[in-house]
Design a protein around this ligand. Structure first.
Ligand SMILES: *Cc1c(COP(=O)(O)O)cnc(C)c1O
Length: 406
């Protein structure tokens, strides 16, 4: 028998930007017995999670929950709204934007990839003015959708979605707006209705603190109308049957019952803390992380302070340092996983996740592991990032995490 030694002493530090650590509360909730997905209790669970998830997306319209990873929900967003050969405008913010574009090609769409040259585009967010200029030139309105990533997990850059909506409106263009916030939802401010998004794609294993395995499409009335005329083939991903069954809290097929118990618990946790408080906590932890990176004398991958991600921070290595060797050393010595650099950034940076079930001391341990590992790897550091992060957390006081006993 193969013995998998996953149980060293203490907790593993899963500081990748998703999957994020699953809180014990959620793991326990998921251990309830699996019930009849056509029975009465299930309907109550379904109705609760379908109502709660709308609060997280800040929408009054339907949210579809799929038993699939985020990639499946990407496909659902495209196949429900578009037809073969449709021209779509996408924006290169990093690896995930690139993968979504490849999927669009595979599905028989004609994506056009806007972006800044070289790695510059991987250090800044979506440039809404470039989208506006491109749409203005499309006087025949052949572009059917604009697709952008809100929180680019490969770089640690969060794009301004409201600005993209303003750009589409300023050009007087009818294209749908499809947004991936797979790693932003439940961590970074997001407003599906207010920002005029037509389909928002998200997943379970990042800010929602769940294991991988469920994903979402939040819809707009325009997206639902578009789905009635779109002709890309879709069966499992089709919205109409799910929306119908969801009216009573059920699904047209077997949903992921135990992950929905987990989602119910996650909603209690996030809405109990308060969505705005959750966002503020992420901003605070992200700021302390950036202070640490600056004190080390290293570069933050995101080059535009207006769009720093509250979810993760990309740390660029000095020339000649293999970021993957540093990550490996930290993993082996301190049992901590950091995010690998993807695509164009391979080997040149690593990513620190500070999302979901993370507090001041989780972050400090994480940064201490990074600092020790960087030193052991021989990376020259200008100073102590740990000290800088502690000072930042102390200076930006948060509300007490526990209420004093009465
Ligand atoms: C994680 C992630 C995905 C892919 O989701 P899977 O659940 O791995 O299929 C897509 N886009 C972004 C921005 C992500 O962070």
């Amino acid at each position: 028998m193969v013995h998998l030694d996953f149980h060293p002493s203490g907790r593993h530090f899963l500081q990748i930007p998703g999957p994020s650590p699953v809180p014990d509360r959620i793991l326990r909730a998921m251990s309830y017995p699996t019930i009849d997905h056509r029975g009465p209790e299930f309907g109550a669970l379904g109705r609760k999670v379908l109502a709660g998830i709308k609060e997280i997306f800040k929408t009054r319209h339907p949210v579809i929950i799929y038993p699939a990873s985020g990639t499946g929900a990407w496909e659902a967003a495209l196949t429900n709204t578009l037809s073969p050969g449709d021209h779509v405008l996408m924006f290169e913010t990093g690896h995930f934007a690139t993968l979504w574009k490849k999927m669009a090609e595979a599905l028989g769409l004609r994506p056009e990839f806007l972006g800044l040259p070289g790695i510059e585009g991987w250090r800044r967010g979506v440039q809404a003015d470039m989208i506006e200029a491109r749409l203005r030139k499309d006087s025949g309105h052949t572009i059917r959708a604009v697709c952008v990533v809100h929180n680019e997990t490969s770089t640690g850059v969060t794009s301004d979605i409201a600005a993209v909506r303003r750009a589409i409106d300023a050009a007087g263009h009818p294209a749908l707006l499809l947004v991936d916030t797979i790693s932003g939802l439940g961590s970074a401010d997001y407003r599906h209705d207010e920002w005029g998004v037509d389909v928002t794609v998200s997943g379970s294993q990042k800010g929602l603190m769940l294991p991988p395995g469920i994903s979402f499409n939040a819809l707009s009335p325009r997206a639902i109308a578009a789905s009635q005329n779109a002709t890309l083939p879709r069966a499992f991903w089709g919205w109409a049957e799910v929306i119908e069954a969801n009216k009573n809290g059920y699904w047209p097929y077997t949903p992921n019952t135990n992950l929905l118990y987990g989602l119910s618990e996650a909603l209690d946790m996030i809405l109990g803390e308060g969505l705005e408080q959750v966002f503020a906590r992420h901003q605070r932890l992200a700021e302390a992380t950036r202070q640490a990176v600056r004190a080390w004398g290293l570069q933050i991958q995101c080059a535009d302070p207006a769009v720093y991600s509250p979810v993760l921070t990309g740390v660029m290595m000095p020339d000649g340092v293999d970021a993957d060797a540093v990550r490996k050393l930290i993993y082996e010595r301190f049992d901590m996983s950091l995010g690998q650099a993807l695509g164009k950034m391979r080997g040149r940076m690593f990513r620190i996740g500070h999302l979901g079930d993370c507090n001041d001391l989780t972050l400090m341990a994480t940064l201490a592991g990074c600092e020790m590992g960087l030193k052991l790897a021989g990376v020259p550091l200008a100073g102590s990032g740990v000290a800088a992060a502690m000072a930042s957390l102390a200076a930006h006081a948060d509300k007490p995490v526990l209420k004093a006993a009465a």
